[in-house]
Design a protein around this ligand. Structure first.
Ligand code: 48F
Length: 255
């Protein structure tokens, strides 16, 4: 007597995964917005745009999305946020403690709640293990990205990529500012390296530097400070959330 009334066969599992992944990927070939980098700024931006009704594709090259949130500060797994963003934490059901006028949050809870909200949103397709290696452009507008499987990309095998298109693309790839750097290889774009660490300044800079870099190409989060020379900052995350929200507003106005 077996426990399962409806056992799943190996063939079924393979078939279902293949079918549903391919269906999701096919839908992502043409979406409203592509977000590259599922760190805090990209995740918030994706969620805000999806809540406004846009179809959003989120790509991250790592196995686990969440970017720099997980490790807190030097692996001590808490992050700190300004009281000003308390309502965002409440929106996502993220628990916090108030101490010294700041908000203290488990980095693991913070990352997983944001990822869960994005991964389970009906307007969002989230793909991990996908690396963006170039930009797609038509008539001087950024119109999509060139992607490859991260394992293929890391192994250096010569395997042709695929293209996903969208009305707007966000570079939220963190310190590397991957898309901004790819764009600047082909067209004029002033990229100044991020400045020395100064969290108070950096938190302001990251919001101010969130912008449209070129037609169809937006930048948010640490990538924005890398492009514009803003200050480096550490485990304080209010600026990242507000940068993601600003990017969502700018993108919604553009598309
Ligand atoms: O670095 P990251 O967390 O981006 P962020 O939103 O947040 C920065 C903070 O985590 C932290 C900080 C706090 O004050 O300074 O650093 O700016 O996440 C960037 C994500 O982009 C992915 C990478 O795996 C990470 O999850 N990524 C980077 N390059 C690519 C990429 C690429 N070429 N293709 C796809 N994903």
């Amino acid at each position: 007597m077996s426990t399962f009334v409806n056992p799943v066969t190996d063939q079924q599992a393979s078939r279902l995964i293949l079918r549903h992944y391919c269906q999701a990927l096919e839908k992502a070939i043409e979406s409203d917005v592509i977000i590259v980098g599922a760190g805090p700024s990209g995740l918030i931006c994706a969620h805000d745009l999806a809540e406004k009704g846009h179809n959003v594709t989120v790509l991250d090259r790592h196995l686990v999305p969440g970017g720099g949130i997980w490790g807190g500060s030097m692996s001590f797994n808490y992050v700190i946020l300004q009281k000003d963003v308390e309502s965002i934490l409440k929106d996502f059901g993220i628990l916090f403690q108030e101490d010294e006028g700041a908000l203290v949050v488990s980095s693991v809870a913070f990352a997983s709640k944001l990822i869960f909200a994005v991964a389970s949103h009906p307007k969002i397709k989230l793909f991990n293990l996908v690396t963006v290696e170039d930009l797609h452009s038509v008539e001087n507008k950024v119109t999509g990205v060139v992607i490859n499987n991260s394992a293929i990309q890391m192994s250096g095998l010569h395997v042709d990529p695929m293209v996903l298109t969208a009305k707007a693309v966000l570079d939220s790839t963190g310190h590397d500012a991957v898309l901004a750097n790819l764009y600047s290889q082909r067209a004029k774009l002033n990229i100044t390296k991020q400045s020395f660490m100064n969290a108070v300044q950096g938190e302001e800079d990251v919001i101010n530097n969130t912008c449209m870099l070129a037609p169809g190409l937006f930048v948010a989060g640490m990538a924005a400070n890398n492009v514009a020379g803003g200050a480096r900052m550490g485990p304080i995350f209010g600026g990242m959330l507000l940068s993601g929200k600003k990017a969502a507003k700018l993108i919604a106005e553009y598309i």
